[in-house]
Design a protein around this ligand. Structure first.
Ligand code: MN
Length: 470
């Protein structure tokens, strides 16, 4: 594993930025996630006006530190040294934005983290008055999603795949390829939006109500979310040159929360034979905080252990390091508030809690498999994990699963047709089987481990607006 636990993870480290020391903060000095941001009063239409510097920031407590201005002030000398020693040095580009940093070598990223930790720790000898001027409160900023080149979404949770498969094929929920290949499809990068962007309910074709009938056309009736984690690809690979499982982790920059909004009725009608298309590409929401692979080092865990009867992954997707530490122990939560709940000042309700360690395939296996045919990944590409579900009802990462009455993991398994559902009742008495207009879906993720400081991914939010009028 290229990412080791070091002094930047020391749980006793505190920051002179006091808000970072609040035990409830997602962003203590041990985290240091990167964001693309801009002050609320800056004109996003004309970013080159008025001495524009890159939007790359690092989050500490409730503040964002301007990484480019640190460079201008000469406070990143050791980082500049590492850059100078690397053969394709391009420090201004690397520090320009999250997608620039994705191009930087591992040694550069590591030194940047070290240096930021040194600048921000409570016993730092740095000129605090100067650095304080480079901080902006998170509440005064707007975030921009990283500029994502290509987007691929996987289907790596065996529990999610089994739940969904059981709805339509109770006797045979998993297709024969599932335990051999990380299943995925190519999505659209153009419709990936930052947390907080509202999403218009999609319009499209829906399956005929009876076999042989004509499809319906109109606003989606079965709108859903999918709780996923995304990995931002770091350095890419040349076309024709696969990334081996041993090197896979070197090609990851960091992770964010991903909501893969899904129109289930559109999906049901269109997915055979080529998989998801318009049911998925109308919008996907990402959280703006890119938590680095370095920050996640203390929260690694073994890859999910396969049942004795399961096939082992082919050698190109297998390694000792991946078996021992290919997984990530990341708690993921989904919350929902309806428009009525917000009007009445009612807090969002908790829908589910899952864990990323329950994924059947690791990120390294997904990345390796993606390139085994020679496909080239590029810096700043996004790979989605697929919906994160567990074996219990409250660990299901989509409404499709959450309100479904079947349970293939119960003893004995509860087999019901795909449409038998019990709605979720909100505190206002409103009922939900899927997502209604005005609903806000809020996803959170965080890592906790005895002996380490808790770190979080912030939030990934989106409100559904009514469909356009036809
Ligand atoms: Mn998905």
């Amino acid at each position: 594993m290229p990412y080791a636990i070091d002094e930047t993870h020391d749980p006793s480290l505190k920051s002179w930025v006091e808000s970072a020391n609040d035990p409830k903060s997602d962003f203590p000095i041990q985290n240091l996630p990167y964001v693309n941001y801009m002050g609320k009063d800056e004109d996003p239409a004309n970013p080159l006006a008025d001495g524009f510097v890159g939007p790359l920031g690092v989050v500490i407590g409730d503040q964002i530190l301007d990484v480019n201005r640190l460079l201008d002030e000469g406070l990143l000398e050791t980082v500049e040294e590492v850059a100078t020693n690397s053969e394709d040095s391009d420090i201004c580009y690397w520090l320009h934005a999250v997608e620039g940093l994705a191009n930087a070598p591992l040694a550069f990223r590591k030194e940047l983290r070290n240096q930021l930790s040194t600048i921000l720790k409570s016993d730092s000898s740095i000129d605090r008055d100067l650095v304080s001027k480079l901080l902006t409160p998170v509440t005064d900023c707007v975030f921009h999603e990283p500029s994502i080149g290509d987007y691929t979404d996987f289907y790596a949770s065996l529990y999610h795949a089994t739940n969904v498969g059981s709805m339509f094929r109770p006797d045979n929920p998993l297709l024969p390829n599932y335990k051999h290949i990380p299943i995925g499809y190519h999505g659209r990068a153009s419709s990936i939006v930052a947390s907080g962007t509202s999403i218009k309910r999609p319009v499209g074709q829906q399956a005929p109500s009876e076999e042989g009938g004509s499809p319906a056309f109109g606003p989606c009736k079965l709108l859903d979310y999918e709780m996923e984690m995304g990995v931002i690809v770091g350095r890419g690979n040349d076309l024709g040159e696969p990334i081996s499982i041993v090197e896979a982790e070197d090609h990851m920059l960091g992770m964010c929360i991903l909501n893969d909004w899904s129109a289930r009725d559109l999906q049901k009608w269109e997915y055979v034979p080529l998989g998801p298309f318009l049911a998925k590409n109308f919008a996907s929401t990402v959280s703006p905080y890119i938590v680095t692979m370095e920050a996640l080092a203390p929260f690694r865990c073994p890859a999910m252990e396969r049942d004795a009867g399961d096939p082992q992954p082919l050698p190109y997707m297998d390694s000792d390091a991946n078996r021992k530490a290919g997984g990530f122990d990341i708690m993921v939560e989904v919350h929902l508030s309806s428009a009525k709940m917000r009007e009445q000042g009612i807090e969002p309700v908790h829908l589910s809690t899952g864990n990323f360690k329950d994924m059947y395939w690791t990120l390294a296996q997904m990345l390796t498999h993606h390139t085994v045919n020679g496909c080239n990944l590029q810096p700043g590409d996004l790979l989605g994990s697929g919906t994160i579900s567990g074996t219990t009802r409250d660990a299901r990462g989509s409404m499709l699963e959450l309100t479904w009455d079947g349970d293939p993991f119960a003893e004995p398994p509860v087999v019901v047709p795909g449409t038998q559902r019990t709605p979720i009742v909100l505190p206002t008495g409103e009922e939900r089987k899927f997502i209604a207009d005005g609903d806000e879906v809020i996803m959170k993720a965080y890592c906790e481990r005895e002996g380490f400081r808790r770190i979080g991914f912030g939030e990934c939010r989106g409100i559904i607006e009514p469909a356009r009028t036809l």
